[in-house]
Design a protein around this ligand. Structure first.
Ligand code: XLS
Ligand code: NI
Ligand code: NI
Length: 435
């Protein structure tokens, strides 16, 4: 029986670019083939339980604005109602995946044992819903940042009892993710970092974090979880400085603790911006190291310098991101999660659906533009031309030479390079033909 929350809203369908229906897809056509693969299989969209169903619309200056039938979120009946509504929206959107934190799906009980019991109960319930739904689990994760017990970190907390609570919490969440057939398990360390170095032993905290992640990987193998373990970089917020600063920092960390073959990255557009990078920079860094896992496709407000988690609505940004994803071979276990929330004045069920429709559509449009650009080959040709000098045997031999021999060659041949244009504006104009 329907909850009635989405009454009056029909299943969202593809109507093509000329449609003026605000709740139709104009670009997202799941079965359409893009570079030899169905659009749905490229994009692998996921709805985030926390922002779409658990967030109540508060900001630092005011409390909740959303009044939902499952608020306040303090009991199991309401947790089940929230799950019923979530699956109704997955069906309306044809969303292939969803994601959760433990704290989004079960009420906070105060003790570990009670939290674990309700987590197991609600994930059984969600498993039952999945049995009659097409929607699968992209990833599960533990919220180890909201409750006051985590204020000084989880795996990096100075108190070993918090480390223990964190390890037990992650075990429970990994078990639940495994039970629901999750494709990945994510760790985002919002409080794994520091507020002041005056009270922080950074080297020790990093070692604890490395040890913790190694235990996660060991446990994955022990239970036979086939999904990918992902860490999610972010430079700050909520901590003043977070250890998983950006893709490059995470990769260095993973290599230091010997986890580079086991863990990949979940990259978020807004976090890239907070770190002072473009999103495609972060994707390219991860792809170059073979560590691209999944993405959170939500952006910041560029005025705020804060993680405002807005739905994507800018084609050029999204197109360049998918261009790098496609060039790296696309997602394997990963996908496109909307770690995105409504604006707090967007009160209606229709707003929630429209936000996802718009996000899915802009990503589909970006994907098509990226594919068209790759198939046209203009960027690859420009790149090949720019590096063409390296195709000569002489240039290649230099890489296996030494400074002395190279110096002799420069003198003998009077090598005196003439700078050539980087053609940036030409290339930007080229991209604009496709977006
Ligand atoms: C917060 C993060 C978080 C992770 C999952 O900024 O993006 O939502 O995606 O814990
Ligand atoms: Ni975020
Ligand atoms: Ni995220």
């Amino acid at each position: 029986m329907s909850t009635g929350f989405f009454d009056g809203i029909d299943k969202v369908v593809y109507e093509g670019p000329d449609s003026t229906n605000p709740l139709a897809f104009r670009h997202y056509n799941p079965d359409e083939i893009v570079m030899g693969k169905r659009m749905e299989d490229h994009l692998r969209f996921a709805v985030a339980w926390w922002h779409s169903f658990a967030w109540e619309g508060g900001d630092p200056f005011g409390g909740p604005t959303f009044v939902r039938p499952w608020h306040p979120q303090d009991g199991m009946d309401r947790a089940r109602l929230k799950a019923d509504v979530a699956f109704e929206m997955f069906d309306l959107l044809g969303a292939p995946f969803f994601c959760w934190h433990d704290a989004d799906i079960r009420p906070e009980q105060g003790s570990f044992a009670d939290n674990l019991a309700t987590l197991n109960e609600i994930t059984d319930y969600i498993g039952g819903k999945m049995a009659t739904s097409e929607t699968r689990l992209l990833w599960g994760t533990a919220n180890m940042f909201s409750h006051r017990r985590w204020m000084g970190g989880a795996a990096t907390n100075p108190d070993p009892d918090v480390f223990a609570f964190a390890a037990a919490t992650v075990k429970g969440c990994m078990d639940a993710t495994h039970k629901l057939g999750g494709a990945n398990y994510v760790l985002w360390g919002g409080r794994e970092g520091y507020e002041t170095l005056l009270n922080t032993d950074m080297g020790r905290e990093l070692d604890h974090m490395g040890r913790f992640l190694s235990m996660v990987v060991d446990y994955k193998h022990k239970i036979g979880f086939q999904g990918t373990i992902l860490v999610e970089p972010k430079p700050q917020e909520p901590s003043k400085h977070q250890y998983d600063f950006d893709a490059a920092t995470c990769i260095g960390f993973l290599r230091k603790y010997g986890l580079e073959g086991e863990v990949r990255l979940n990259l978020e557009q807004g976090h890239a911006i907070l770190a002072g990078h473009s999103f495609e920079h972060e994707i390219a860094v991860a792809a170059a190291e073979g560590m691209l896992g999944s993405i959170d496709m939500n952006r910041n407000d560029y005025q705020s310098g804060w993680d405002t988690d807005q739905f994507p609505n800018n084609t050029p940004e999204v197109a360049l991101a998918y261009c790098h994803i496609l060039k790296s071979g696309g997602f394997t276990t990963g996908g496109t999660n909307f770690d995105a929330k409504l604006r707090r004045q967007s009160l209606d069920a229709q707003d929630l659906v429209a936000a996802h429709v718009g996000g899915m559509d802009i990503c589909a449009r970006g994907l098509k533009a990226a594919a068209a650009m790759i198939e046209d080959g203009g960027l690859d040709a420009a790149l090949a031309e720019r590096y063409a000098g390296w195709d000569t045997p002489e240039a290649q031999a230099m890489l296996n030479s030494d400074l002395g021999a190279i110096s002799d060659r420069v003198l003998a041949k009077s090598i005196n390079p003439e700078p050539r244009s980087g053609r940036q504006e030409m290339l930007e104009n080229y991209v604009n033909r496709f977006v």
